[in-house]
Structure formats: C-alpha cells, structure tokens
Design a protein around this ligand. Structure first.
Ligand SMILES: *Cc1c(COP(=O)(O)O)cnc(C)c1O
Length: 219
C-alpha cells in the first residue's frame, strides 16, 4: 500500500533528509493517497503531465511540486508559476530560461545543478570540472530569479554497491566543496528506490523514490 510505504520510508529518514515521492506515470489518485498519508513533496519529470496533475490536484493544500527529470527550455514556462524545486539543471542556458520565466511570474525558483558522476555516457549534467568552471565564472550570480540550492546526482545503474557508493561520494565531495564558497548550497539530491540507503549514508538531503512507493510505472 502507498501509505504503508510512505510511513516505512519516512520512519527511517534521519533529521534533515526529505522524501520526494516520484509520481511520474502514476495517476492523480495515487498522489491523493500519498497525500492522505502525510506526503507533501512530489516529483514529476514531464512538464505536460505535471501541468495536468497540478490542475487536477489544485484542491490539496501545501503540496509541493519538484521537477526531477531533464527539462527542455521550451517547457519551462508551463511549470514556472508553481514549481518549488527544479532538480536537474544541466546547462547554463536552461538556468537562464528558468530565471526569465520566474521573473515573468514574479517568483524566485530554487534549482539544483545536475552533476554527472555515473559511468554511463549521457549528454545531461555537468561533470565536476564543468560545474566548477560554471560556478567559478559567476554569471549565474546575476540571475535574480533563480536560487542555486545545491546538487543533484544519479549513481551508475548497476548492482555493484561499491560503484554506487563511489558515485555518491564524488557528488558529495563536490557539494561540500561548493558549499564552502556558496552558502545557498544546502541540498544534495541523490538516492532512488534501489539505492537510497546508500545515498543517505553518503549525505543525501533529498531522496527521490517512485517504484518503492507507487509500484511499477505503467508505461
Ligand atoms: C524516475 C526517477 C526517479 C525514481 O526512480 P525509482 O527507481 O522509481 O525510485 C528518481 N529520480 C529521477 C531523476 C527519475 O527520473
């Protein structure tokens, strides 16, 4: 049951770690069930789907939407009016677009830089060196409608827990380093259904769990 899983997980969270319930591809009714169990933060990874659910669930007080997946710049405008945290900022261009759309709605949107630490090839995310160069460049500090609040990372998709731990450690090391210089860095988003215990060991402050709570996605 959804409510049992929410309770099972939240009972194990150390102080300072929050659960993002990843509801992508699950119906709004499932979100209502999680909400009834006390869950308030939900993660989605498709702008249109989030938009629809935001409308269907507008009666729920205090619900927080996080965008956790790859976000195309042309979709930012749909979610800017209400999204609380964008986890996977993977380019300077995307951050600039979020700033622009947030300004249009008179908001400041918190964002995390997606750090690429996994073994898989991907075009998404900054390597630690790229992230260092971007932060050091400083142009982001002129963006008044985004707040860079930390780092998000995914571990290699593998059963090798040593490798997973190692990936999380690299993300944490980068996060700690950035936090020395940028006090707005307070969040380290890492950990999914299969690896969240390791992520918490390695300093995660936001775990993003879908399958364990809602079951297999439908498509
Ligand atoms: C889908 C998704 C998750 C949740 O994954 P589960 O294995 O279902 O817990 C977490 N983070 C991101 C970025 C995702 O896209």
């Amino acid at each position: 049951m959804i409510s049992d899983e929410i309770q099972r997980i939240t009972a194990q969270l150390p102080t300072g770690v929050r659960l993002v319930a990843v509801s992508k591809f699950h119906p709004s009714e499932a979100i209502r069930e999680a909400y009834a169990a006390g869950q308030r933060v939900f993660g989605e990874s498709h702008a249109q789907e989030l938009q629809l659910k935001h409308e269907e669930l507008s009666d729920l007080q205090g619900l927080e939407w996080h965008f956790i997946g790859h976000l195309q710049t042309n979709k930012v405008k749909y979610i800017a009016p209400y999204v609380t945290l964008i986890h996977a900022v993977d380019s300077p261009r995307l951050l600039a677009e979020i700033d622009k759309q947030a300004q249009k709605c008179g908001r400041t949107i918190s964002c995390l830089l997606q750090l690429h630490v996994a073994a898989e090839e991907t075009k998404f995310g900054f390597t630690p060196d790229e992230a260092r160069a971007f932060l050091g460049g400083g142009s982001w500090q002129a963006l008044e409608h985004v707040r860079l609040s930390g780092v998000m990372a995914m571990a290699t998709n593998t059963d090798d827990t040593t490798r997973i731990r190692d990936d999380f450690r690299r993300a944490r090391r980068f996060f700690e380093e950035a936090r020395q210089q940028y006090p707005s860095f307070t969040e380290l988003s890492m950990g999914m259904s299969d690896d969240w215990h390791i992520a918490i060991d390695e300093g995660s402050t936001l775990i993003r769990i879908g399958t364990q709570i809602f079951g297999q996605r439908q498509y």
